[in-house]
Structure formats: C-alpha cells, structure tokens
Design a protein. Structure first.
Length: 292
C-alpha cells in the first residue's frame, strides 16, 4: 500500500505553526502545533499495510525550500518508508530553474507543489491572485519540470479548473496530480455541478491524475459516506487508474485516527474490482511518482 500524500514537520520551521493559532481551512489546529516526525507517523500507520509514502511540502519559509527537502531526505534515510518527496519551488519568478537545480541532487525528489488555490472566501484563499495557472510565466516555469522528470502537485478549487486544464495542456510532458480531488468545498447542487464540470475538463488532459485525499478538510470529520461518494464520483470521471489514495496526515489527525481514515477508504472501494483497488492504493502512485 502507498500513501501518496503525507506530511511531517518541525514546528520551528513552519511560519504558519508559529505564534498564535490563525484561522485555517481545516479549523482549529492547536493539537498539531508541535513537531510531527517520522516516528509518530510510523506509529500512526502501524497495522494498515502502508509500506511506502510520498512526502508533500508543508510551506517552510520560502528561502528554506532546500532545507526542507534535505531534512526529509535525512528522515527517509533514517526511518525508511518515505519513497518520494514533493518539494517547493516558486514558479512565479525568474529564478525557478536555479531552485530546481538546487533540488535535483536529492535522489528522492519526485515533484514540486506550489499551492495555487484561490477563493473569494478569505478563509479558503492561499494564492494572492486567482489565475496563476493562466500566467504565461508560470506556464513556462512549470513546463521546466519535464526536464527533470518531475511532476506538479496541482491545488485549485473548481472555479480555477478551466485555467488549470490550460496549464496542463501547456505542459504536456509534466504529470499533474490534483490535490484532494479538487477540494470540493461547496456541496450544494450548484457546487457539485461546478466541481463535476471542472473535473471533467481536467480529466480530458491525459497528464492529469487525481488524489483521493483531504476529504475532511472542509467538514472537519471522517465522514464515511462523503468519502465513498467522493471516491465514486472521482473514479467515474478519471478512472481508477488515474486516481491514488493519500491520507493528508497529520491534518486529518485533528478529527480521526489514521486507521479509521484508511478503513473508510478501503470500505469506499470494497465493491470495486481488484485491479481498480490496486490502482488506487498502489499502482497509480507508484507509476506517476516513479516509486521503486
């Protein structure tokens, strides 16, 4: 089993964990305003059958982007389990190539995430502007990832998916992994329709894949029915062979255990053919992130 989306961190390195708790998408987070290292993560996943993981960047101070990858590489060397690293680089400036070159010496590097999600609700907003995916400079910089054999972890809301599809089309040699199946924050009929339309547009790009992760982000609970519906809807659009399981741990530790979360995803896929379940829990992540 592969967990394609997990985090570890040292509190002192994360600006968003320092000082007073600030409002965030996932609600109050005092319980995780502390170090969360590999030893605790390994204890959390014990008994689940997860043997490989992909670490996703956690927004260290921007100038420390290489320090983050170096530290995670050391953690992987000491503890195993971490089979791939998705680091950070800034695609909005003129020095992207220099940043990527600094990271290419780390053997576990598999991709980059810079969060482009923007929302009218200031609680949900991360990027300062809504249309980074359509920025020609951003498109040129993201396309560079193809030179390194790396992927881009794409984080957008449904209202940004049309632009995100344009970014994917502009970078045909780069695999894009959509975070949290498009971050469905609006479950109304209109919100569901907008999400579905955007997901279908992204699925038309053969280099876009979807993570089945982070489904507790906006509802702040481990909702088995919601997970089952999201898995069904996403796999119906992308196909199981373009979907991968990710825990988004320890964010989801705010409201559930890893075991309960993992079992919810297993239950959501229990009626699928074995080949589809294998794709979701292993094969897609292994292929797209090039895990050995």
């Amino acid at each position: 089993m592969i967990d394609a989306h997990h985090h570890i961190w040292r509190q002192k390195d994360l600006p968003w964990l320092m000082g007073p708790e600030q409002p965030r998408i996932f609600g109050p987070y005092a319980a995780i305003m502390r170090d969360y290292g590999t030893r605790e993560f390994l204890a959390d996943i014990a008994g689940t059958g997860v043997t490989k993981t992909v670490y996703i960047q956690v927004n260290w101070a921007r100038e420390q982007f290489e320090d983050e990858v170096a530290w995670v590489s050391d953690e992987a060397a000491e503890h195993g389990t971490i089979s791939g690293i998705v680091g950070y680089a800034d695609f909005t400036g003129d020095d992207t190539r220099a940043q990527l070159d600094r990271l290419k010496k780390y053997p576990l590097m598999r991709g980059i995430r810079q969060q482009f999600h923007w929302h009218e609700n200031p609680m949900y907003k991360f990027a300062q502007v809504p249309n980074l995916c359509r920025d020609p400079l951003v498109q040129r910089n993201v396309a560079m990832l193809g030179d390194y054999g790396w992927s881009f972890d794409l984080q957008v809301f449904s209202g940004q998916m049309e632009g995100a599809a344009e970014l994917a089309q502009a970078c045909p040699n780069v695999p894009f992994i959509l975070q949290h199946a498009g971050m469905k924050e609006d479950t109304s009929a209109a919100g569901q329709a907008a999400w579905s339309d955007g997901m279908k547009r992204l699925a038309q790009c053969p280099n876009v894949f979807s993570k089945l992760s982070g489904f507790g982000t906006f509802i702040h609970r481990n909702d088995r029915n919601f997970i089952t519906q999201m898995v069904a809807d996403t796999t119906a659009i992308f196909g199981a062979d373009r979907c991968m399981y990710g825990s988004n741990y320890p964010i989801e530790k705010l409201w559930t255990s890893y075991t309960a979360l993992f079992h919810a995803f297993q239950d959501a896929t229990k009626d699928m053919p074995k080949a589809q379940r294998d794709a979701i829990f292993h094969d897609t992540a292994a292929r797209v992130y090039r895990l050995t």
